[in-house]
Design a protein around this ligand. Structure first.
Ligand code: RFL
Ligand code: PHB
Length: 385
């Protein structure tokens, strides 16, 4: 088989890239290791920046998002029970949308007309410095696809980045000694807007998926197992980290999903190796605190799709040549913001009493300075593409 572009991974990055290319008349095949049901079962991001909303519209996949997504005009930060609301509309004249990654993925799957090969085993990339080809195994039979380009949209543990010779790639990484234990529950959210809370016992986040479904997280040690937390223990811990009014308003119930996600900052450089390009979590990871991971994946995809279109339509390689440097500048800014927000709100016992006082001073500065609030809002809402 032959295709112009082979995309590895049918997460949000791969599906969006595939959709933008098919709308431009470019023949792109997606290879995904898991089944569609498995991909849709992963509960992840919940906050979409305007750039992501616009991209869903460009992909002609935005109708349900506009009907069901919740527009959020602000967010609350709370520090040891003291609350500060950030009014996005007033500070920046913009907003975000709460719409689950699962739904984004479902809408992109439904919009796609071209071929996605699910349950493709042993995907491997060949000769990406020359004329690339990709092999995979399906139902025990090995297949080969010859192509012009390969897009590695296969997440942090994927095969694309791992196939690059170590001497050709530099990686930058910070792991945090904690993760987030997340719970999904069919109960109305504790508040209309998201609450990011710092407490001596650790960070907590109150998020939501709809008027009747909520998503909550608490900071736990990195090696914590979700099984060690029955629902009662989770709700008690979450309540203890919130301000008293929110703790009182919390509506609990049986969890419908519970999992621990590790926190990591990671960037690979460059993001192009011959005819192989990296996009999304295959290229970078941010801790989820700034709600940037999915949005950053989407902004990589927008740049790469435009570069492929420029190549096939205008016969120009300039945008493909510029892809890595262009997106890395934006990636590092999102890394900085996610790292900063993680440092502000989590408990780092190793930083001691001095570290806590600095965190408190940072919070007080944010609470008291309109310029600091604007800077926060500008980053949270998403920097320009
Ligand atoms: P994905 O979603 O990991 O998809 C990669 C796909 O590639 C497949 N794959 C392979 N296929 C074929 N062959 C192989 N060898 C393969 N190896 C892997 C996988 O099965 C998968 O289907 O990466 P992508 O598309 O780059 O998307 C990135 C986002 O998923 C991620 O950045 C966000 O979920 C991060 N994130 C958040 N981002 C936000 O923008 N806002 C948020 O509010 C937000 N909250 C979160 C988050 C991530 C979290 N976790 C679990 C890490 C909250 C959490 C808890
Ligand atoms: C979520 O709803 O899952 C979510 C929201 C905001 C974040 C991270 C995760 O910063």
């Amino acid at each position: 088989m032959r295709a112009q572009v082979v995309i590895i991974g049918a997460g949000p990055a791969g599906l969006m890239l595939g959709r933008l290319l098919e709308l431009a008349g470019i023949d792109a095949v997606i290879l995904e290791r898991k089944s569609p049901e498995y991909v849709l079962g992963r509960i992840r991001a919940g906050v979409l920046e305007q750039g992501t909303i616009d991209l869903m519209d460009r992909a002609q996949a935005g109708a349900r998002m506009h009907a069901e997504g919740l527009i959020h005009h602000g967010v609350e930060l709370s520090f040891d029970g003291d609350r500060q609301r950030f009014d996005f509309t007033q500070l920046m004249g913009r907003h975000v949308m709460v719409y689950g990654q699962t739904e984004v993925t479902r809408d992109l799957m439904a919009a796609r007309q071209a071929m996605t090969i699910y349950e493709a085993d042993d995907v491997s990339v060949h000769d990406f410095d020359g004329r690339p080809w990709v092999t995979y195994r399906k139902n025990g039979v090995t297949h080969r696809i010859d192509c012009d380009f390969i897009a590695g949209c296969d997440g942090f543990h994927g095969v694309a980045r791992a196939s690059v010779p170590p001497t050709a790639i530099t990686t930058f990484e910070r792991t945090y000694p904690f993760g987030w234990l997340g719970v999904l529950v069919d109960q109305p959210p504790v508040a209309d807007e998201l609450i990011y809370a710092h407490h001596e016992r650790g960070f907590a986040l109150c998020s939501q998926r709809s008027a009747t479904r909520s998503r909550y997280y608490v900071q736990v040690p990195a090696d914590e197992k979700a099984d060690a937390w029955d629902d009662a223990r989770f709700w008690d811990e979450l309540r203890s980290r919130l301000n008293p009014e929110s703790a009182e308003a919390l509506r609990t119930g049986p969890s419908i999903e519970k999992s621990v996600a590790p926190l990591r900052s990671f960037v690979a450089e460059p993001l192009r190796f011959g005819q192989l390009f990296l996009c999304g979590d295959a290229a970078h990871i941010v801790p989820p605190t700034g709600a940037k991971g999915l949005n950053l994946a989407m902004s990589d995809v927008a740049a790469l799709a435009d570069a492929f279109i420029e190549h096939y339509v205008d016969s120009s390689l300039a945008a493909l040549d510029g892809y890595s440097a262009k997106v890395l500048r934006r990636i590092w800014k999102a890394e900085r913001f996610s790292w900063w927000m993680t440092n502000l709100l989590h408990t780092f016992p190793e930083n001691g009493a001095f570290g806590r006082r600095i965190q408190r001073a940072e919070f007080d500065y944010l609470a008291g300075s309109v310029s600091a609030q604007q800077s926060f809002a500008e980053n949270y809402l998403g920097l320009p593409l």
